[in-house]
Design a protein around this ligand. Structure first.
Ligand SMILES: NC(=O)c1ccc[n+]([C@@H]2O[C@H](COP(=O)([O-])OP(=O)(O)OC[C@H]3O[C@@H](n4cnc5c(N)ncnc54)[C@H](OP(=O)(O)O)[C@@H]3O)[C@@H](O)[C@H]2O)c1
Length: 189
């Protein structure tokens, strides 16, 4: 096995998104109140403390996002701290922080050549367009899908047109607030 193969195997790309019950990740008007917690409504669910959430976020080595998600994140308030973040875009955008870099070009090269040698735990956090491209190219190792207890009726679809892909369920976590997190890993031939 060559050095670059070792590196590309060592990395894990996790696609993380929050979806409505009917498979939308954003409303047409881009408002996000549908993501608000309805409070503790499911007794058998778990809850995580702010400290636990912060400790978990620290395990993420790098975020990857599409430019529209980047622009929306800037409007809402930057959620990625100082963790290295790569924004995929063909435009000249200005970085909000030193930790932000822009990338344009082949996505396999981005993952295998630019990211894998430096980062192990890579999180792809949207949006729909970029996640679709990653899935098409077979660049996603794990999917973590949070299902929000709401039907939106319309909006931006979680996944667009893709060839059939099988995923293996690894974990299910139900939260007290009624959100459910499904974790899958890629089925390798
Ligand atoms: N619910 C959730 O978990 C969640 C998560 C993330 C985002 N969102 C929402 O999703 C929406 C944004 O999603 P989106 O699907 O519209 O857009 P997106 O995937 O965030 O960004 C699309 C943009 O990324 C760039 N891009 C994608 N693939 C590329 C490639 N192969 N090469 C070069 N550039 C590429 C292009 O940027 P340029 O046009 O600049 O070239 C493209 O216009 C927002 O409303 C956001 O809030 C929701």
């Amino acid at each position: 096995m060559s050095g670059s193969e070792v590196n590309s195997k060592a990395r894990t790309v996790t696609l993380h998104m929050v979806s409505s019950l009917d498979g939308f990740i954003a409303k047409k008007d881009n408002t996000v109140s549908w993501l608000d917690s309805p409070g503790d409504i499911y007794e058998r669910g778990v809850s995580i403390s702010a400290e636990e959430a912060a400790a978990f976020v620290k395990t993420i080595d790098c975020y990857v996002l599409g430019s529209r998600t980047y622009e929306h994140a800037l409007e809402l308030g930057w959620p990625y701290g100082d963790t290295p973040t790569v924004v995929v875009t063909s435009r000249e955008l200005s970085p909000v922080k030193k930790s932000v870099q822009f990338y344009s070009g082949d996505l396999k090269t981005l993952v295998d050549v630019n990211l894998a040698p430096r980062y192990r735990n890579i999180w792809l956090v949207g949006g729909a367009m970029l996640c679709n491209r990653f899935l098409e190219l077979g660049l996603v190792d794990k999917i973590k899908l949070m299902i929000a207890p709401v039907v939106l009726g319309e909006g931006l679809r979680l996944f667009g047109s893709l060839p059939e892909q099988r995923w293996s369920l690894r974990n299910v976590v139900s939260y007290k607030n009624g959100f459910v997190e499904l974790s899958y890993s890629a089925v390798t031939a």
